[in-house]
Design a protein around this ligand. Structure first.
Ligand SMILES: Nc1ncnc2c1ncn2[C@@H]1O[C@H](COP(=O)(O)OP(=O)(O)OP(=O)(O)O)[C@@H](O)[C@H]1O
Length: 267
């Protein structure tokens, strides 16, 4: 068994214990399967996304790039199930989204997908522990609605956050600390899929490199889709997918026609 398969097998086994539907997927090696996917924001407008076929293997870390307006965020929302395809389907862990009700899809997302947003999206007036436990609450069935202190502290330790930050309000933390809490919240349910949307655009090169090392370390066996304009990040990933290759018929949508980092665009 090669390293990737061994890694995937271990990850699948761990999650199959807690989630019945994951047991079905243990035998499979595909985390994401996209087929004949089209998405338009309105009936009148042409598709923003038009992907014939795309597969991501379990445990694979994929770098997704594309110019501003090429549909990266739209694709991430489709992968999370927060947008519904106009045509075609997405299967995550061999579970087609189209077979789930909205409520089932929300639960499935909370259990299986961790998202790190560009702006972190922490609830500012809640403590770090409460922010992280919110993710646990939404993913739980009925028994354990909070995570054990030991698990929380272990995760914070891996993210190099002192345990006293658990009781601090989210908005009292530095940006770097908030970023790491956002990662902790995304990882607390041991998600099969980690989606990370442009988290490094405001960081300088040194901070970016240490963030990436940390992220790769903690993401470990999860499948990861990482979006960035910054092609220098490509070397951290198993595979690079560009929107122009994934969705060639919608290339005309490129609004600014470059791959410049957002921070530079705003400057
Ligand atoms: N809610 C919406 N309603 C209508 N059109 C939208 C909506 N959100 C995005 N779009 C359009 O869809 C296209 C793709 O937008 P999207 O945000 O997915 O691109 P992106 O690649 O993530 O861009 P950026 O890198 O600037 O964040 C753009 O033309 C955008 O104007």
């Amino acid at each position: 068994m090669n390293t990737t398969n061994k890694k995937n097998s271990t990850h699948s086994q761990r999650n199959a214990v807690s989630e019945g539907h994951n047991a079905v997927n243990k035998e499979r090696n595909t985390a994401i399967e996209v087929s004949n996917l089209q998405f338009s924001y309105t009936k009148e407008s042409p598709p923003i996304i038009d992907i014939k076929a795309w597969q991501v293997s379990q445990g694979e870390h994929v770098f997704l790039s594309g110019p501003s307006g090429s549909g990266k965020s739209t694709l991430l929302n489709l992968l999370c199930g927060t947008l519904t395809p106009t045509q075609g389907d997405i299967a995550l862990l061999a579970q087609p989204f189209s077979a789930l009700s909205n409520r089932q899809r929300d639960k499935f997302r909370a259990r299986n997908i961790g998202v790190v947003f560009q702006q972190f999206n922490l609830i500012p007036y809640l403590s770090v522990a409460q922010n992280i436990n919110a993710a646990v609450y939404f993913a739980s069935t009925n028994v354990s609605k909070t995570v054990s202190d030991a698990k929380l502290r272990h995760l914070l330790d891996k993210l190099q956050l002192p345990s006293h930050v658990l009781h601090a309000k989210a908005d009292a933390l530095s940006i770097g600390q908030q970023q790491r809490v956002a990662i902790a919240r995304a990882l607390i349910n041991d998600p099969q899929l980690l989606i990370v949307d442009e988290p490094t655009s405001a960081l300088d090169t040194d901070a970016r490199d240490s963030f990436m090392s940390l992220l790769k370390d903690v993401a470990g066996e999860s499948t990861m889709i990482f979006v960035s304009h910054d092609k220098a990040m490509e070397s951290y990933f198993d595979r690079h997918c560009s929107m122009s290759e994934l969705s060639p018929s919608t290339n005309h949508i490129k609004t600014r026609g470059d791959e410049a980092p957002k921070a530079q665009e705003r400057a």
